[in-house]
Structure formats: structure tokens, C-alpha cells
Design a protein. Structure first.
Length: 548
């Protein structure tokens, strides 16, 4: 017979940790009330992983933010029948004092966009330690020991010597892992992971997923996983809820759903994968941009007199040639120097070496002399929310460059180009009257692409342009970028950790590690026959290829 302790344990296993019933969320907008989530119900038990899956704008993140009571009230409101219970406690309508005891302690959350979630004025150590001091009352030394332990857990061993670093000094993947460390600091009962591996390279993705699975098992932690990456869901989830336009269209056990999906939308998601082969590059195309022996070194520490004693070699003696109509792919793990190289080539970051654009040396040009070239050299940043002004409408954001570089245009002509740019990235032109916070992460990334393309540039640096997008939109964006490249004979520098997308886009490839190029050459040669051990490891992790 089962004793009282056994009965109690069985009851805990049967009782949901988080119960969401009839959840509906309305947003007040200038155009009226918009229902972002419509009558959604699901539950999660201890030790279980539930995945919310769907495209951008489907209501996944809004549902998760509702559980944390982090929606922008009163602009957002729950309908009277909505209920979210954590154990036996109703969360909807609770005051801020109660929620502060829950957030970060009993419920942790990994946000999708680390740059906008981390405080730019505080060091990495201070931000992680703050969670420990508030919820556990740790002293300075005890908190530092736990911070170092957490950095080890999330694969940031190198950051242990840079605890005084600020978020802007880290790569996108490193910032995401700092967010994960903060969310795990207090061993929460429920962890909400909103696209936790979006900004991570393939090798670290595997490490983070393994870490989350291990913690879930070891701590009997429940995991609410929000993602558009079905390969992650297949490995991690026990139960899957598929959302579309704010509604739950299918909710089933993971194995059953992958084996025999019932809803047409679920079937479409399972089939949608970015890929394809790169189009043939124009032969004999002239060189548009060339970087020779490019170096970007940052001072690491200084002596008493302010003299630099050591340097961080973010980019160390890189050569790159980009021809008109060609795409050069830059791949490597977070912190390898990919984005730093792109910024240096655009003269947005100081560097050593020689940089030429269209036959003109631009290495020594000042800001004023570079301005006329800016319309020909554009960039799509990795983190769309951080690069879009929250005080400007979408139309103003896209039209800002046109107003500066195309002063000859009338207001009507400029607006027509804004409309065209939005249509090119598959967005409703009417959205130009709305603001960035009203869009999902994927939609914001498309706005960033529209802004870059509005000026019809000749050279574009694409810094992880598809990392924030769901799989079906990734394929659309890759097709769009190919189409624009052919139409305008564009040159791309394509920075990404998604090697499937790079393979579909790049004609030439540079593989970077610790600021250096470990391998470079025609992309197909490297994909089919990698020479460097590091390149082979990347391809094994990303494409499941056997090393030659």
C-alpha cells in the first residue's frame, strides 16, 4: 500500500504546475482593438516540456508574457474568462509585489532579444549577481562564485575573465547565454524559454539544449519552450501546441504530432525548411569591395599610466574580396569576429589595413566624407529591436534614409518607396503607421531588411538576417534576397551561424575562429570537402555531415 508521502508525491505529479485556461489578450491600437491571443488553453506539469510552436505573430510570446504578467498594461488586457494558475495561485490580476516574488525565483524566463533585455549600463557580473542577491540574499563573494558557476554551465568559460564587460562588448550569442545564466540562477520550478537558441551558433545550440534538458531532469523543472525551430521541438518537447493567428490549431503529444500531423498548418510547418542551392554567380564580375590585412584590436587591460598591456584581437589579419552580384558568407561561432569584420568593412568601426570600395580607398575617410557612400553600403543588424527606434513609426524608420539621401523625392514619392519596400519583405503596407513594439521579433527583422533595401544599395552586410525568423519566413527571405541580388546586381556579405542558409546563399566562404580565417575559398568546395578541423566540426554540428 502507498503511504501518505507516496500519495502526496503522486498528487504533485498529477497536478499541473502551470494551467492556462481560456486565455485571450486584446491590444488597443490606433486602428481599434486587436486580439493577439484567442481562447488558448494548455497545462504543464513538473518535469515536462511543452512547446508553443507557430510563425511570427501567432501569439506565442504574448501567451508567455501573460504568465509573467509582463504585458504592457493597460494597452493590453485579458478578457474576464482568462485564467493562468501557477500551482493553486491565480496570476492574472495579481499586484506587482506578489509577482516580484514569483519572477526570477519560481518562474524564470529567457527572452528572445538579449540586447533589449540586458541593462547597457551594468556589467555582466552585476546583472547576473543581482538576481542572486534579490532572491537569495547572497553576499558579494558568494554571488561571484555562483556567477562563475553559471558562466561555466552556459558555455561562457572565456567570459570568466571579463566579468566587468558590458552587453555591447559581447557578441549576440554571448548575450543570449548571459540571459540564460540569469534565468537559471535561482533554479526555477518553471523556465519559460522564448526562442532560447535563436542567436546561437550550431555547436553552442547543442550545448544549451543539452543543458536545458539536463537541468529539467535534475531539478524536475517544467519547461515552456517557445520556438519556430521544429528540429529543436522534436528533440525537446513532450507535448506540442501549434498556434496560428492567436489561436490553438493543434495540441498533441510530440511523437504523435510529428508522426501524423492533423491540421494543414502543422503539415506546412513541418515541410517548411530553408535551403536550396546557390544560384550561379556572374562570371568576370568586377570587385566592388576589398579588404586587405584588416585588423580590429581592442585594448584588454592597461597599466597605471594608461598604456595598453594586452589586446583583444577581434579581427586579426583578414583578407576579403566581394564582387558585384556575389555573396561572401562569413561563418563561425559567437565571438569569432564575424560581425566586427562586417562593421569594419563598412567603416562603422575603426580598423587597420586597407579597405577599398568601387576602386576608392575608404580606410582613411572621416565621417563626413563617408556619408555620400552610405546609401550604397547598408547593413541589416542581428538584433532588430535594438536597431529600430521605439519612438518612430515603421514608415518613418524606412523613410529616414530616403529623406537624407534622396532629398529630391516628394513626400508622396518617398511614401510609395516605403510601401514598395514593405511589400518586398511580405508585409502589409498599412503596418507603416504602427510602431516596432507592436510587432513580433520576426516581423521586426523584416522591417530592418526593408529599411536597408529602400535605398537600393550596391553592397549590403547581412548580420544574421534570418536568425529571428520562423522557418517558413526564412525560406521567403532567402528567396527575396536572391531575387533582389539578381534584380539590382547586389553584393552581399552574409554573416550567419545557420550553415543551411549560408549554403543556399554564398558563392565564397570565410570560416572564422578567434578573429582569424581558418579556411576560405569557393563555398561549395568548403561544404563538400572541408580541410580545417574546425570547419569539419561546424559542418558536423549543423549539417550532420561526416568529416572527410
Amino acid at each position: 500500500m502507498c503511504n501518505r508521502a507516496c500519495v502526496r508525491l503522486q498528487k504533485d505529479m498529477d497536478t499541473p504546475l502551470l494551467t492556462v485556461q481560456n486565455l485571450s489578450v486584446d491590444f488597443k491600437t490606433p486602428g481599434g482593438v486587436f486580439r493577439a491571443v484567442d481562447n488558448v488553453s494548455f497545462e504543464i506539469r513538473k518535469g515536462e516540456t511543452l512547446a508553443l510552436v507557430g510563425e511570427s505573430g501567432s501569439g506565442k510570446s504574448v501567451s508567455a508574457l501573460s504568465a509573467m504578467q509582463l504585458l504592457p498594461y493597460p494597452m493590453a488586457r485579458h478578457t474576464p474568462e482568462s485564467s493562468i494558475k501557477f500551482g493553486d495561485e491565480e496570476l492574472i490580476g495579481r499586484d506587482e509585489r506578489f509577482m516580484r516574488r514569483v519572477r526570477g525565483s519560481r518562474i524564470g524566463m529567457i527572452f528572445q532579444e538579449p540586447q533589449s533585455s540586458l541593462n547597457p549600463l551594468h556589467t555582466i557580473e552585476k546583472q547576473i549577481a543581482e538576481v542572486l542577491r534579490i532572491h537569495q540574499g547572497m553576499g558579494k563573494e558568494q554571488a561571484r562564485a555562483r556567477v562563475l558557476e553559471l558562466l561555466d554551465l552556459v558555455g561562457l568559460e572565456r567570459l570568466k575573465t571579463r566579468l566587468s564587460a558590458y552587453p555591447h562588448e559581447l557578441s549576440g550569442g554571448q548575450r543570449q547565454r548571459v540571459m540564460i545564466a540569469m534565468a537559471l540562477a535561482n533554479n526555477p520550478e518553471l523556465l519559460i524559454a522564448d526562442e532560447p537558441t535563436t542567436a546561437l551558433d550550431v555547436t553552442v545550440q547543442a550545448q544549451i539544449l543539452e543543458l536545458l534538458a539536463d537541468l529539467k531532469k535534475r531539478l524536475n523543472m517544467a519547461l515552456l519552450l517557445i520556438t519556430h525551430d521544429l528540429s529543436i521541438v522534436e528533440k525537446m518537447a513532450d507535448h506540442i501546441c501549434v498556434m496560428k493567428d492567436g489561436k490553438l490549431v493543434e495540441s498533441r503529444e510530440a511523437q504523435a504530432l510529428f508522426k501524423a500531423p492533423e491540421h494543414d498548418y502543422t503539415k506546412m510547418l513541418l515541410k517548411a525548411r530553408p535551403g536550396g542551392t546557390v544560384r550561379k554567380a556572374p562570371e568576370g564580375a568586377p570587385v566592388l569591395l576589398q579588404g586587405t590585412h584588416v585588423k580590429v584590436h581592442f585594448p584588454k587591460n592597461r597599466d597605471f599610466f594608461g598604456r595598453t598591456r594586452a589586446w583583444v584581437k577581434a579581427v586579426d589579419d583578414i583578407n576579403v574580396t566581394v564582387r558585384q552580384g556575389h555573396t561572401v558568407g562569413i561563418v563561425g561561432e559567437s565571438g569569432s569576429g564575424k560581425t566586427t569584420l562586417g562593421l569594419a568593412l563598412l567603416r562603422l568601426l575603426g580598423s587597420q589595413g586597407r579597405i577599398e570600395f568601387d576602386g576608392q580607398e575608404i580606410s582613411g575617410l572621416n565621417r563626413k566624407k563617408m556619408r555620400p557612400l552610405r546609401k550604397d553600403m547598408q547593413i541589416v543588424f542581428q538584433d532588430p529591436f535594438a536597431s529600430l527606434s521605439p519612438r518612430m513609426s515603421v514608415g518613418s524608420i524606412i523613410g529616414e534614409g530616403l529623406a537624407l539621401h534622396r532629398a529630391d523625392l516628394s513626400i508622396e514619392e518617398r511614401d510609395a518607396l516605403v510601401v514598395q519596400a514593405l511589400e518586398d519583405v511580405h508585409m502589409d503596407p498599412q503596418t507603416r503607421h504602427r510602431y516596432p513594439h507592436e510587432f513580433s521579433g520576426g516581423q521586426r527583422q523584416r522591417i530592418s531588411i526593408a529599411r536597408a533595401m529602400a535605398l537600393n544599395p550596391r553592397f549590403v552586410v547581412l548580420d544574421e538576417p534570418t536568425s529571428a525568423l520562423d522557418v517558413s519566413v526564412q525560406a521567403q527571405i532567402v528567396d527575396l534576397l536572391r531575387e533582389l541580388q539578381v534584380k539590382h546586381n547586389l553584393a552581399y556579405l552574409f554573416i550567419s551561424h545557420d550553415l543551411r542558409v549560408v549554403r543556399a546563399m554564398a558563392h565564397e566562404l570565410i570560416v572564422m575562429k578567434d578573429g582569424q580565417a581558418v579556411e576560405s575559398g569557393p563555398a561549395e568546395d568548403i561544404f563538400s570537402n572541408p580541410q580545417a578541423a574546425y570547419t569539419k566540426a561546424l559542418l558536423n554540428a549543423a549539417l550532420n555531415l561526416k568529416a572527410a
